[in-house]
Design a protein around this ligand. Structure first.
Ligand SMILES: C[S@@+](CC[C@H](N)C(=O)[O-])C[C@H]1O[C@@H](n2cnc3c(N)ncnc32)[C@H](O)[C@@H]1O
Length: 177
């Protein structure tokens, strides 16, 4: 009896770990961007600098486990939505939203194929080869007055409105259109 329980627990754990590693691998092959979360301190800094409020709608492009989305919603009351292609991180965020009765939305979608015009604030922490396409889509689809907040890897052409140096060698660039 005890042995069966132990084996069952071990199997669930092993399959859970396999799913986690496999889904992260598939997401990395598709996107070439690993899941690395933004620190809570940086998210708090961004929410204060941008003076975000319930009037704002924020999209996190590549939302990972939803950390940015949840924290911005909690700190500012902003409407927040995340797009994420990794399965385990996406499911984790959906489950957390359900447990927390959060209004945050998550979509298991490629953000390049989505319409960004619903957001007035775009956040991303991605990788240099993607930033040109991010810039084009931001300028083409977001309404005048919108802001893009980019961690570490700046947009290639659009001049930033502000740049901040954060602890642990991170930088935040803010763009306005
Ligand atoms: C460095 S992590 C940042 C996670 C989160 N935004 C944060 O700052 O805590 C980047 C995430 O973007 C996702 N990603 C990259 N390209 C994507 C795409 N085209 N569509 C959806 N998600 C994407 C990756 O799967 C990864 O989880």
């Amino acid at each position: 009896m005890f042995l069966n329980l132990f084996l069952g627990f071990f199997l669930v754990l092993a399959f859970g770990m396999l799913f986690l590693v496999f889904s992260e691998l598939v997401a990395f092959v598709r996107t070439r961007v690993p899941f690395v979360p933004t620190s809570a301190a940086d998210i708090k800094f961004i929410s204060e600098r941008l003076n975000l409020s319930a009037r704002d709608t924020v999209y996190d492009l590549g939302s990972g486990n939803g950390k940015v989305v949840f924290l911005l919603e909690k700190l500012t009351g902003a409407k927040a939505k995340g797009f994420e292609l990794g399965w385990w991180t996406y499911l984790y965020a959906r489950l957390k939203a359900w447990f927390m009765s959060s209004k945050a939305e998550f979509a298991h979608r490629n953000f390049f194929k989505e319409d960004w015009s619903g957001a007035n604030v775009i956040y991303c922490y991605l990788y240099p080869p993607l930033m040109g396409r991010i810039e084009e889509k931001f300028m083409a689809e977001c309404r005048p007055g919108s802001r893009a907040v980019v961690r570490d890897f700046p947009l290639p052409n659009l001049p930033y409105a502000q740049k901040y140096y954060l602890p642990h060698n991170h930088e935040i660039y803010i763009y306005k259109i």
